[in-house]
Design a protein around this ligand. Structure first.
Ligand code: ZN
Length: 197
């Protein structure tokens, strides 16, 4: 487990599907044993904590879902686009390795499943809503970076899905009024090796 801070491996970064090299292994995004999600009001965002956590495999390492939280606007950019919202699914392995799955959302006028994850605590999202905020089958950009909040721990496996989902404008505006902007600024691309597929 890394508890280090490597200034050459920081996140977020500007991602490009054209500049990335192809990867062959796909991250599985099927969660198991998900029951309920508890929302807690954090200092900088709303945290959704699954009880018990779901499981995802990334390159044959099994990770357990620990937390879902959101940033507005998005932290990563994809092909120069900054999305309105970026959800982070934070996972850890039995060995203490960290993997974060990132999903991008752009605002529209309807109501959408992710709205429940950025709402004030009190009406927890359902498992069904959790299932709907992962773009299954989406391609993803992958690289090794860091946490984007303190302590900025390095050796974090990032899986940034390129298929975007919608977020309700009303829910987004309320979240942004309370917490926004809560995105870390883009970090310089140095030793990051980005793959796409
Ligand atoms: Zn985050």
């Amino acid at each position: 487990m890394s508890t280090g801070y490597d200034e050459l491996m920081q996140s977020p970064i500007a991602l490009s599907t054209q500049a990335a090299t192809p990867h062959t292994s796909h991250a599985s995004t099927s969660y198991h044993h998900m029951s309920t999600v508890v929302l807690t009001d954090g200092e900088t965002t709303v945290r959704a904590v699954p009880q018990p956590g779901g499981i995802v495999d990334v390159d044959r390492t099994q990770y357990v879902l620990k937390e879902i939280h959101c940033h507005t606007p998005s932290e990563h950019t994809v092909n120069g686009h900054q999305a309105d919202l970026e959800a982070h699914f934070v996972h850890t392995s039995a060995e203490g390795a960290i993997a974060v799955l990132a999903v991008m959302f752009d605002a529209d006028d309807g109501r959408h499943p992710v709205d429940a994850f950025i709402a004030p605590p009190g009406s927890p999202p359902t498992t069904e809503q959790l299932d709907k905020i992962v773009p299954k089958g989406s391609k993803a950009l992958r690289y090794v970076g860091s946490l984007t909040t303190k302590p900025y721990t390095d050796e974090v496996e990032w899986v940034v899905f390129t298929e975007k989902l919608p977020v309700g404008r009303q829910a987004l505006d309320a979240f942004a009024a309370r917490y926004g902007p809560n995105n870390r600024e883009l970090q310089q691309v140095t030793q990051h090796q980005v793959t796409y597929g």
